[in-house]
Structure formats: structure tokens, C-alpha cells
Design a binder for this molecule. Structure first.
Ligand code: NAD
Ligand code: USQ
Length: 387
């Protein structure tokens, strides 16, 4: 199967590239290296020593004997290049990771808000438009987020994308419908993902584009079976206050003797998935595409939910790190419950890695090994939702 991966140099894109290549796919990578440039802007680097793209490709060829094609261009700005790549390669699937994915970065300033909206919406619209213009029946697999649902569910389990509703159209006459789950974004970044969903809905309805939208939870961990084989293939580990996500940050903080930075009461509950399960889910998604005429297929790509203070407590018990409750820089509910349906991936055969299986290995092998690379000044979250 030929697959184009947009955003193939990123935290999820690189291990997905290697996983699909190792499992028999012919992978074409696209990335404009904007994420590496944002590291330059923020004057921070991955905790792990990631190689240049050329070194990554050469190392994978040496180790696996497989070739990876790579194109460096901006998917949001270079429509013609994207269209001609699709026309030339005729992929069966395109996996779309090519968006600015940090909520704090998207809230830093008006410039960051506008960049995130321009980049993410134009990237998604360009891919959809190019698939239609190519005339090819390409399955688009997009990485969305659990954050499109908001986190206040009034005790209800979040369904996979669609909400069944009953409308009383006349006294005593009930009509049953399924509607897209009402969007409730908590940052400019999350808002772009809710708008992506509308683009998918429209291009699917009007042009019959086959789309799978994966509403993914917070990804934790670093390595997958393929990235762990050789240090030149190592995955990135973001720990800074803008791009580091909560559990990986706590693991890094414990490794360097920093207190665990719990925002507010830590009563926020979020959904999580290990990076190894991310790549498995994407393979399951591309091998189980929607059929022609199907509506957008939405799957919740998460395996467990945890409250932030419970995560901190778990890391404290393992490492002895201290917990600090710091002022929350975000505007978000201080406490919420979260229950999420993930029946679709389980029925496709996903056997989830849980926090308890992998947590200790991650702390010892990665965070401890590379702790000398941490810049302590980059740990605090300085991006404010309301400056
Ligand atoms: P990342 O920033 O590490 O990777 C994104 C990649 O896309 C980067 O390499 C970047 O250079 C590239 N890119 C961005 N805009 C581009 C453009 N216009 N043209 C070409 N390349 C472009 O992010 P990630 O953590 O790998 O996330 C990938 C996707 O998964 C994102 O869409 C994100 O919203 C989603 N997601 C991530 C997480 C997580 O915890 N990391 C959780 C849920 C969903
Ligand atoms: N948090 C802390 N301490 C920290 C960092 C974060 O308490 O040091 C809290 C935040 O306030 C928030 C929660 O932890 O309540 C999650 O924050 P996060 O930075 O780990 O995750 P988030 O901003 O939601 O974004 C990440 C990815 C994004 C993805 C999203 C999935 O960066 O790309 O879409 O997770 S989800 O959260 O399910 O929407």
C-alpha cells in the first residue's frame, strides 16, 4: 500500500512513518520542518537528540533495507506541489499530521493565533481540495483531538464523533437523528481541529471524499519498536512549557529533580494513549477505510483517562518527586470527569498499553538518560490564555 504522510518529521509522524514502512507500506514523507524551526524560535530542543531528516532516512535504509521518499514543502502554502505529488504517487491513503499542535503555542500572541489558524485550516483544506482535483479515490486519515468535544460531559460517555438526538418536530412526534458532537474547543489550536471536522463533513458530503478522523488523546512515551532500534532513529521528546505534554513533562521533571507542575487543583481529567498505540491505531485506520458513500468515520484514539493530580501522584510514588500546585495559565475547568467510548479500535484488535505497563521504563530509559540536555528555564508554562 502506498501512503503519503504529511507532517512525517513530527513526534507522531516519524514513528508512524517507520511503523508503516516496517509493515510493508511504501511511504512518501512530506514535512516543511516548521516544528524544528519553532524549536529555534523558542530556543529549546527535544530532550532526545533527534537526527537531521537525511540521517534518519539513511539510518532506516541501512537498518531495514527500505527507502523513504521525502519532500520538504509547506502543505498550507504550496497547493500545486501537493496536488502534483498526489497525482504522481497515486497513494491509497494520506495520513495528515501537518498542523501546529500545541495549545499553549497557539495562545502566545496574536501572531501565534493567526499562524495556527492559517496553517492548520489551509493545510486541511488544501489536502481535501487536492484529493478532489486529482480525481483519485484517496482515503484521508486525519489526526484530530479529543479536545474537540470539550471536557464537560455531565457524566455522559463521549461517543465516537456523532451524538444521537431526539427532536420533537410536532407534539408527540419524535425524530431520531445523529449529529456531529457539538464542538467545544479550549484553545485556538483546539478550535482549528473543530473547524477541520466541518471541512471533512463538507468534502465528504459534496465530493464523496473518504475520511477517517481520529480524535486522539494526549500522547505519552517516546519510543516505538522501530525508533528504539538505533539512536539515529530516536523520536522527539518535547518537555518545554509550550510543547511538552503533561505526563512526559512530569517524567522529565522527576528525572531532573524539579517539582511536578500541576496546574491549579490538578482536577482536570484527560484522555491518554502511548505512542506505540498511536502508530498501531493509524495502521488499523488505513487498513480499515470507510467505503465509498460512507459518512466521515470518527474514532476516539485514546486508551485510558486520568486526572492530572492522580498522574502526578503516580509519578511521585515511583520517583519520590515533589508535587507543586501552580497557578493555572489556562482558562479551563478546574475539575472534570471524562468517560470516552473507544469501542471501534478495540473491535479492530487494539490491545492497549497502559500507564502501568510502560511508565517506569520510560522514566528510567529516556528521561534519566537524556536529563543532561534539559534547560530548566524552559520548564515553566508561560503562555497565558488571558494575558
Ligand atoms: P508535531 O508538531 O511534532 O508534528 C507535526 C509535523 O507537521 C511537524 O514535523 C511539522 O514540521 C509538520 N508541519 C506542520 N505544519 C506543516 C505544513 N503546513 N506543511 C508541512 N508540514 C507541516 O506534532 P505531533 O505531536 O506529531 O502531532 C501530530 C498531529 O497529531 C497533530 O495534528 C496533532 O494535532 C495531533 N495530536 C497530537 C497529540 C500529541 O499529544 N502529540 C495528541 C492528539 C492529537
Ligand atoms: N498541565 C499541567 N501541568 C503541566 C502541563 C499541563 O497540569 O505542566 C495540564 C493542563 O493545564 C491541561 C492538561 O494538563 O489541563 C493537559 O495539558 P497538555 O499540555 O498535556 O495537553 P493539551 O494542551 O490538551 O494538548 C495535547 C497535545 C495536542 C492534543 C491534545 C489532546 O499537545 O496536540 O490535541 O493533547 S487532548 O488533550 O485530548 O485534547
Amino acid at each position: 500500500m502506498k501512503v503519503i504522510i504529511l507532517g512525517a518529521d513530527g513526534f507522531c509522524g516519524w514513528p508512524t512513518t517507520l511503523h508503516l514502512s516496517a509493515h510493508g507500506c511504501d511511504v512518501v514523507m512530506v514535512d516543511n520542518l516548521s516544528r524544528r524551526n519553532i524549536d529555534n524560535e523558542l530556543e529549546v530542543r527535544s530532550l532526545t537528540p533527534i537526527s537531521f531528516m537525511g540521517e534518519r532516512i539513511a539510518a532506516w535504509r541501512e537498518i531495514s533495507g527500505r527507502c523513504l521518499a521525502y519532500h520538504n514543502f509547506d502543505v498550507a502554502k504550496n497547493y500545486k506541489r501537493l496536488l502534483s505529488l498526489i497525482e504522481q504517487e497515486k497513494p491509497e491513503a494520506i495520513v495528515h499530521f501537518a498542523e501546529q499542535r500545541s495549545a499553549p503555542y497557539s495562545m502566545k500572541s496574536p501572531r501565534h493565533k493567526r499562524y495556527t489558524v492559517d496553517n492548520n485550516l489551509n493545510a486541511t483544506n488544501n489536502v481535501l481540495c487536492a484529493i478532489v482535483e486529482s480525481g483519485l479515490d484517496v482515503h484521508l486519515v486525519h489526526l484530530g483531538t479529543m479536545g474537540v468535544y470539550g471536557y464537560g460531559t455531565a457524566g455522559m460517555q463521549i461517543p465516537e464523533g456523532y451524538l444521537p438526538v431526539k427532536l420533537e418536530v410536532a407534539p408527540g412526534v419524535l425524530v431520531e437523528k445523529e449529529i456531529l458532537y457539538p464542538p467545544d474547543p479550549g484553545s485556538i489550536y483546539h478550535m482549528t481541529k473543530t473547524q477541520d471536522a466541518l471541512l471533512f463533513y463538507y468534502y465528504n458530503k459534496n465530493d464523496g471524499v473518504r475520511v477517517t478522523d481520529l480524535h486522539q488523546g494526549i500522547v505519552w512515551g517516546t519510543q516505538t519498536a522501530e525508533t528504539a532500534v538505533d539512536e539515529r532513529l530516536i523520536n522527539r521528546f518535547d518537555y518545554d512549557g509550550d510543547y511538552g505534554t503533561v505526563l512526559n513533562r512530569f517524567l522529565m521533571q522527576a528525572a531532573v529533580g524539579h517539582h511536578l507542575t500541576v496546574h491549579g487543583t490538578g482536577g482536570q481529567t484527560r484522555a491518554f494513549i502511548h505512542i506505540q498505540d498511536t502508530v498501531r491505531c493509524i495502521e488499523l485506520a488505513i487498513r480499515n477505510p470507510p467505503l465509498s458513500g460512507d459518512r466521515v468515520n470518527i474514532l476516539n484514539q485514546q486508551t485510558e483517562t486520568h486526572q492530572v493530580r492522580a498522574l502526578a501522584e503516580k509519578v511521585r510514588q515511583i520517583t519520590g518527586a515533589e508535587i507543586a500546585f501552580v497557578k493555572n495559565p489556562r482558562v479551563e475547568a478546574s475539575e472534570n470527569a471524562l468517560q470516552v467510548a473507544n469501542d471501534k479500535f478495540l473491535s479492530l484488535g487494539l490491545n492497549p498499553i497502559t500507564l502501568d505497563d510502560g511508565l517506569l521504563t520510560e522514566v528510567t530509559e529516556i528521561a534519566m538518560k537524556y536529563r543532561h540536555r534539559v534547560d530548566l528555564s524552559k520548564i515553566p508554562c508561560t503562555s497565558l490564555w488571558r494575558p
